[in-house]
Every structure is written in structure tokens, then in C-alpha cells.
Design a protein around this ligand. Structure first.
Ligand SMILES: [Mg+2]
Length: 264
């Protein structure tokens, strides 16, 4: 082995053993999102939990369908006059039907954070998988003659990609039943109103309180907890909540003391 080869080999050994090369993996695991993303992707617990939730939702669907006085939409329930309307359910899309954990995993790997540009590029890939249990639930609803609507805060410019991603996981999706966000229909309440014009809303399904009711944009965690307590009886029978430990409105409303940590 000549002198240059020995130097090259020595450099390679130093690089492989250096904290820099080992530090990459350590940094990924130290990212605050790492546990949440891997829990969603790899734990049996998450997969069982979402399936359990969707099984419960299927049972509630049968109850709701049989009761013409039943509406899961708060405004429709108060306004009344929905008894003879066609039955429908409304689902959020992200982390309710589509699993975007690969996008979040990439961000952890690359030490990047959410940007609308990168998010829209991910939506365009149409590679999100199905949340366990979601497709079976949707098929059951359709078999019962229940119309399925998707109300998502994905924007109009990725509507076609969203429709095709939903179709890819085996769900009927079209211009008509996928309601994306735009300046005229910015909030979910106004899009739920479009559905409730001609349909009786049997169930609302989401991973965020804002998929179900208003007032959850607050940055006060006590206020969020208060609304959650007031609505408690709706959860299970009319509103179905899926877990999402990676992101959500709850992050903007953490207590300011002690970095949001309660230690006693
Ligand atoms: Mg969502």
C-alpha cells in the first residue's frame, strides 16, 4: 500500500468514527417529532387504536342512520328540518383518512419544518397511505347508502391530487365530494353548511377539534379544554376523534409556564 492509499484509508476511518457521522442519527432521534412520527408509523398501538375508533364509528353509524332526528352538525341540529334529507357523513382528510407520516418523517430526517410549498409538493405526489380502518369504514357507509364527504384544509390547487390520492387508497372521491379550502370557503363551518343543505349529517370524523366544532382557533389551552368538556357528550355518538400527536391546533395553545410541561 503506497503512502497516499494509507492517508486515504486513515481519513476514511477517522470520518466513519467521527461524532459527525454518528451525530446524524442521534440528531434525528433527538428531534421532538421523532417519537410521535415513529409511533404513528410503526407501533401496533396506533394501528389498533385507529381501527378500534373506526369500528366504534361504524356501530354509531347504524344508530344514527336509524334515527331521523339525529344530526352530528351542531348548526343543523339547532336549525332542524333535516329529517327527510339524504344521510351523509363528513370526514377530514389528513391524519383522518390519509396518512401523511412519510412527509413528516422526511422533515424529521432532513431537519425541516412545515412549509406550504413543501406540503403542496407532497400532496402532488399522491403517495399518502390510508389511516388504518378508514377505508373499511367508508366502504361500509357507502354500502348503507350514506354519502361520504371530505372537508379538508388542503387548498384548491391540490384538489385534483387529493382526489387522486383518495382514489388510490380505494375511496370514491370526486370534484363533488371533496371540499377543499379557498378564500371564499376558508373555514370548515361554511363547507359543512354546503353539505347540510341537502344532507342529514350522521357523523363528523377528524383528528382536530376544528374538524368538529368552532372556537378551537384560540391560543388559550384552558379555553380549548373548556370547549372540549362542554362538548364531551357528542364524542363517540356523533363526533369521532382520531389521535394525532405530530401536529395540530393544540401546539399553538400550550401553557406558557415551564415550556408547557406539568411536573406535579
Ligand atoms: Mg386532519
Amino acid at each position: 500500500m503506497n503512502r497516499l492509499s494509507i492517508i486515504g484509508l486513515s481519513l476514511m476511518i477517522i470520518l466513519l468514527a467521527s461524532p459527525l457521522s454518528q451525530g446524524v442519527a442521534q440528531d434525528v432521534r433527538a428531534d421532538r417529532r421523532y417519537d410521535a412520527v415513529t409511533w404513528m408509523q410503526a407501533s401496533a398501538e396506533y394501528h389498533l387504536l385507529t381501527k378500534q375508533i373506526y369500528r366504534g364509528a361504524t356501530a354509531q353509524l347504524l344508530v344514527a342512520l336509524d334515527d331521523p332526528h339525529w344530526s352530528a352538525d351542531e348548526i343543523q341540529a339547532v336549525e332542524g328540518g333535516f329529517q327527510k334529507k339524504l344521510p351523509a357523513i363528513i370526514l377530514d382528510v389528513d391524519e383522518t383518512v390519509l396518512d401523511n407520516s412519510a412527509y413528516n418523517a422526511r422533515n424529521v430526517r432532513d431537519q425541516k419544518y412545515f412549509t406550504l410549498e413543501a406540503w403542496n409538493a407532497w400532496c402532488e405526489e399522491r403517495r399518502a397511505l390510508a389511516i388504518p380502518g378508514a377505508v373499511e369504514f367508508i366502504h361500509r357507509a357507502e354500502a348503507l347508502g350514506v354519502k361520504v364527504f371530505f372537508i379538508t384544509d388542503r387548498e384548491d390547487n391540490v384538489k385534483q391530487a387529493t382526489i387522486e390520492n383518495l382514489q388510490k387508497i380505494g375511496v370514491q372521491a370526486s370534484e363533488e365530494n371533496v371540499l377543499t379550502k379557498n378564500p371564499q370557503l376558508d373555514d370548515k363551518i361554511s363547507r359543512r353548511a354546503i353539505v347540510s343543505q341537502n344532507h342529514r349529517v350522521l357523523l363528523l370524523v377528524g383528528d382536530s377539534m376544528s374538524d368538529l366544532c368552532s372556537g378551537m382557533g384560540t391560543r388559550e389551552w384552558e379555553q380549548r379544554q373548556k370547549i372540549a368538556s362542554e362538548k364531551m357528550e357528542l364524542f363517540g355518538p356523533r363526533w369521532v376523534m382520531l389521535p394525532n400527536p405530530v401536529y395540530g391546533g393544540w401546539q399553538r395553545a400550550l401553557p406558557t409556564d415551564n415550556n408547557g410541561l406539568r411536573v406535579d
